[in-house]
Design a protein around this ligand. Structure first.
Ligand code: NAP
Ligand code: ZN
Length: 352
């Protein structure tokens, strides 16, 4: 094992602070990565503050970060896909059992024995896994992704979670050509949802609580921007959507979005508020509507998404920060004041 610099939280109410964590020595399948950029996902904040206690209690100290891009610094002797110097990415998963029906179908995110990038028991260290707010990470090559070399790396990092989490349900929904798609919440996930839905030919509308984001939403590709707190604007679009992707991180009323759907419309939740959302049966019955959820994506689909982004020049719109500003970034994220993802320049960790 070796020591790596990182930022960790010691409790649900502690700020993130400089720390040193153990990383394992390379096994034959492992890739060691110098982390160049790590995006800040709202899940990092939920986790650091133990907001998902009921489903996934946080083990402290915790090191969040699952939107990782970096450069390979060393590989184990059995590694075939990567060599030192390669640009690579790591998302929300670092291992799985490789053997269950879901893994065999390329759906590692639903493996009952998956290892998440942070907070899962880590058999290599007898601790929990530690994420990307760190100078380096060691990952099984099967969970390392190839990153397009033609894109801005700070803007590539968020593709590893915000990108795949929106790409996967949008792809799964089917042919969006000529369909009306809504994206609820213009944050990290939401702004990627707009880009992908637009790239797949949909008519895209953004539902936002922040009227000040209107111009940005249009620049990102939205055809319509609907301020969700304005009843007249909402009424004008009621019953007209085929598919709505809900990325909201806080508790809210899903029925208002079910009412926006037309016949057989679907509302897919990717946002993960800790409280149950109330769903009115009648909001589903009339119009045979459905509500469902989606969780990140499997390895193969994540690679497909990265390749798609390389071909189409798609990245996340990022505000690059040094890691020393991470606590401030969390507070701004809570106020919906992020345009549209924070990406940490990990070079800033070297001086700690
Ligand atoms: P984010 O950047 O903070 O964006 C969330 C957006 O939701 C905000 O920008 C805001 O958009 C809107 N919002 C916030 N509070 C609201 C409220 N009280 N009522 C209505 N709208 C509100 O967060 P993110 O990183 O995109 O993550 C969003 C959620 O997805 C989080 O819960 C995260 O944990 C979850 N997530 C899930 C997966 C998955 O696999 N399913 C993966 C990653 C993240 P406006 O200002 O436009 O209203
Ligand atoms: Zn995430």
């Amino acid at each position: 094992m070796y020591d790596a610099k990182a930022y960790s939280a010691a409790s649900a109410t502690s700020p993130l602070e400089p720390d040193t964590i153990p990383r394992r020595d390379l096994t034959s399948r492992d890739v060691q990565i110098e982390i160049l950029f790590c995006g800040i996902c709202h899940s990092d904040l939920h986790y650091a503050r133990d907001e998902w206690h009921e489903f996934m209690p946080t083990v402290y100290p915790c090191v969040p970060g699952h939107e990782i891009v970096g450069r390979v610094t060393a590989v184990g002797d059995g590694v075939t896909k990567y060599a030192p110097g390669d640009l690579v990415g790591v998302g929300c998963l670092v291992d799985s059992d490789h053997d269950c029906a879901n893994c065999r179908s390329g759906l590692e995110q639903f493996c009952p024995n998956m290892t998440m990038t942070y907070g899962s028991p880590d058999p290599h260290t007898d601790r929990v896994t530690y994420g990307g707010y760190s100078e380096s990470i060691v990952v099984d090559e099967r969970f390392v992704l190839r990153v397009p070399t033609n894109l801005d790396l700070a803007g590539v990092a968020p593709l590893l979670c915000a990108g795949i989490t929106t790409y996967s349900p949008i792809r799964r929904w089917g042919n969006l050509e000529g369909k009306k798609v809504g994206i609820v919440g213009l944050g990290g996930l939401g702004h990627m949802g707009v880009k992908f839905a637009k790239a797949f030919g949909a008519h895209v509308a953004v539902f936002t609580t922040s009227p000040g984001k209107t111009d940005d939403a249009k620049r990102l590709g939205a055809d319509d921007v609907i301020v969700s707190t304005d009843e007249d604007q909402m009424a004008a679009h009621a019953g007209t959507f085929d598919f709505i992707l809900d990325t909201v991180s806080a508790n809210h009323d899903p029925n208002v979005y079910l009412n926006m759907l037309g016949l057989d419309g679907n509302l897919t939740l990717v946002g993960a508020p800790n409280e149950p959302l109330p769903v009115a049966a009648f909001a589903l019955l009339f119009g045979r509507k459905s509500i469902s959820g989606s969780l990140i994506g499997g390895l193969e689909e994540t690679q497909e998404m990265l390749d798609f982004c390389g071909e189409h020049g798609i990245t996340s719109d990022v505000e690059v920060i040094p890691i020393q500003r991470i606590n401030e970034a969390y507070e701004r994220m809570l106020k919906s004041d992020v345009k549209y993802r924070f990406s940490i320049d990990m070079a800033s960790l070297k001086g700690e």
